[in-house]
Design a protein around this ligand. Structure first.
Ligand code: F6R
Length: 239
C-alpha cells in the first residue's frame, strides 16, 4: 500500500521504464479505464521530454467490449489510442489490439493467442473490477482460460456505463485469459480509490479462487505485484 498516488505512479513507471531499457522491444499490455491513467500520463510526459525511448516496444491488447471499436468514445481502443498510443507516437506496426466490431471474432482470438504465444508479455498493467474481474475475466473464470469471447457479469454491465457517453447495450467482450496473463514476465495489479477498498480487502485475504479472479495472481508463474493507494487500502486491516 502506497499512501501517495504520485509515489505509487512513480514506482510503477520506473518499473516499466527499466523493463524497456533492458529490452527495447518489450511486449507491453495495458488495461484501459481509470486506474492506469496516472501511469500513462507520466509515461507521456517522459516521452515528450525525450527521457524514454519506447519506439520499439510492442503493445498487445488486453480486452475490448464487443460491438464497439476505436470510433466509439469509451471503447478500450478509443481510450488507449487517444490517451496513450497517439501521445506516445506509437506506430501501427507496434500495436495489436482487439477489434470489438470484427465480423471474424475467431480471427481476433487466433491472432491474439498467436502473438502472445510467440512473443510472451514482458509487462502487464491491470486494473481490478468492482467484482474482482481482470481484463474481462469475470468471476467464474477458470485459471486455465485462454483468449475468448465472454459474457459480461451484471456488475460489469452496471459499472461500464461510466465509460460510454451514449447508451450501449453491450453484453459481451473479448479478453486475454489467465493462460496468457499468468505467464507474463512482470505483472502489476493496481487499485486506487475508496470504491475499490472492499474488493481489495477480499483479494488480499482470500486464497486463489474462481469467484475473485484477481486472486489467481497469487499463483502466477512470475512475480506479480499489487499496488494499492491509501483509499483502496483502507479496509485491508479492518476485521
Ligand atoms: C479494462 C479492464 C478492466 C478494468 C477494471 C477496472 O481494460 O481490463 O478489467 O481494469 O474494470 O476499471 P477502472 O480502472 O475503470 O476502475
Amino acid at each position: 500500500v502506497i499512501d501517495n498516488l504520485d509515489e505509487l505512479t512513480n514506482q510503477v513507471v520506473k518499473k516499466i521504464c527499466l523493463i524497456v531499457k533492458k529490452k527495447p522491444d518489450a511486449v507491453l499490455c495495458f488495461a484501459c479505464g481509470e486506474t492506469p491513467r496516472p501511469i500513462m500520463n507520466k509515461l507521456i510526459i517522459l516521452h515528450k521530454n525525450k527521457e524514454i525511448d519506447f519506439s520499439r516496444v510492442r503493445i498487445v491488447g488486453l480486452d475490448e467490449w464487443l460491438g464497439v471499436d476505436r470510433e466509439t468514445v469509451g471503447s478500450c481502443a478509443q481510450m488507449l489510442y487517444d490517451d496513450f498510443f497517439t501521445p506516445m507516437n506509437f506506430r501501427e506496426d507496434q500495436i495489436s489490439i482487439f477489434n470489438g466490431k470484427s465480423n471474424n471474432l475467431q480471427k481476433e482470438i487466433t491472432d491474439a493467442t498467436r502473438i502472445v504465444d510467440e512473443l510472451g508479455i514482458d509487462f502487464v498493467l491491470l486494473g481490478i473490477g468492482m467484482n474482482g474481474h481482470i481484463g474481462l475475466n469475470e468471476p467464474g473464470t477458470e485459471i486455465g482460460s485462454g483468449v475468448r469471447v465472454v459474457q459480461l457479469s451484471t456488475t460489469t454491465k452496471q459499472v461500464m456505463g461510466k465509460y460510454f457517453e451514449g447508451h450501449f447495450d453491450i453484453q459481451s467482450g473479448i479478453t486475454l485469459g489467465f493462460s496468457q496473463l499468468l505467464n507474463s514476465r512482470n505483472i502489476v495489479l493496481m487499485a486506487t480509490g475508496n470504491r475499490k477498498s472492499e474488493i481489495v480487502k477480499k483479494i488480499v485475504h482470500s486464497e486463489p479462487n474462481i469467484d475473485i479472479p484477481a486472486t489467481f495472481f497469487k499463483k502466477s508463474n512470475y512475480e506479480s505485484e499489487f499496488y494499492i493507494d491509501k483509499d483502496a487500502g483502507n479496509d485491508i486491516y479492518l476485521e
